[in-house]
Write a protein that binds this ligand. Structure first.
Ligand SMILES: Nc1ncnc2c1ncn2[C@@H]1O[C@H](COP(=O)(O)OP(=O)(O)OP(=O)(O)O)[C@@H](O)[C@H]1O
Ligand SMILES: [Mg+2]
Length: 247
């Protein structure tokens, strides 16, 4: 760990000068991230906003170790993760992170309970322990009476809750959500955010949420605005200058 990182363990995520380019043709690149630096405080709720194509999902994928940067560093709880060997990543993700991503859908043939339990089994817990934890998490998200329902027997909001229970089942340090309320009506979206806030307050789990919804962003304690692959506004830098210490 570098000296710069040691003083910063209250920051769960540190992203330093991140670049990501996708090669489309011989001399044709998309620069999805162009030197992004940010800090995310442990135990907080951060909203990442910005126009379509500004690099929000790319940033979330790299923070979540699902993709690698072209340049730059990602630190999670004081450990550098962007250069870890690929074979170490599934364990890191299963033990430290929860994902509420659009691509991470529920498995339709499994019940709510089985969907959530599977994530715990994947981490290495027995089937029985996993089912017990899954039941507890489904209770937390208010679905204790829906555990035997399959995807087609759940409303959109309930399916989101199952995805959140699944993201929480391994008690992650951080939950990454890419538009976790994206296709929900206003009322359901409010309920989901309220629930995440409760989990955040009672367990100290850090949430980082990409959102287009100003109401969701307002209910977070830290807002980041992206444009064209860069951060153009960061509310944390206005309060304590934490993003500036890294640049
Ligand atoms: N796998 C890829 N290959 C090539 N280009 C990509 C790839 N993934 C993303 N991009 C490009 O990188 C840029 C940033 O994409 P990204 O998905 O991060 O945007 P976003 O901010 O999440 O947008 P949205 O709000 O629409 O979800 C876009 O121009 C996109 O076309
Ligand atoms: Mg996106």
């Amino acid at each position: 760990m570098s000296d710069a990182m040691e003083g910063n363990l209250n920051q769960i995520v540190e992203v330093i000068d991140l670049h990501k380019s996708y090669r489309l043709g011989k001399n044709n690149f998309v620069h999805a991230l162009r030197g992004t630096s940010l800090s995310i405080k442990k135990g907080g709720m951060t909203a990442i906003m910005g126009p379509s194509g500004s690099g929000k999902s790319t940033l979330m994928h790299i923070i979540g170790s699902l993709d690698t940067p072209s340049k730059g560093e990602v630190w999670l709880a004081g450990n550098r993760i962007d250069n870890l060997p690929k074979k170490k990543l599934p364990k890191l993700r299963a033990s430290k992170m929860g994902f509420i991503f659009q691509g991470f859908n529920l498995i339709p043939t499994l019940t709510a309970l089985e969907n959530v339990a599977l994530a715990a089994e994947y981490k290495g817990l027995s089937r029985k322990e996993s089912a017990k934890l899954a039941r507890e998490r489904l209770d937390v998200v208010g679905l204790g009476d829906r555990i035997r329902h399959r995807q087609s027997e759940l409303s959109g909001g309930e399916q989101h809750r199952v995805a959140i229970a699944r993201a929480l089942v391994n008690k992650p340090d951080i939950v990454l959500g890419d538009e976790p309320t994206g296709d929900l009506d206003t009322e359901t979206s409010r309920e989901i955010i309220q629930m995440m806030k409760e989990v955040n307050m009672t367990t100290g789990t850090t949430f980082v949420l990409v959102t287009h919804d100003p109401e969701v962003a307002d209910s977070c304690d830290h807002q980041i605005q992206m444009r064209d692959g860069s951060i153009v506004d960061d509310s944390a830098s206005k309060i304590d200058g934490s993003t500036k210490t890294l640049s």
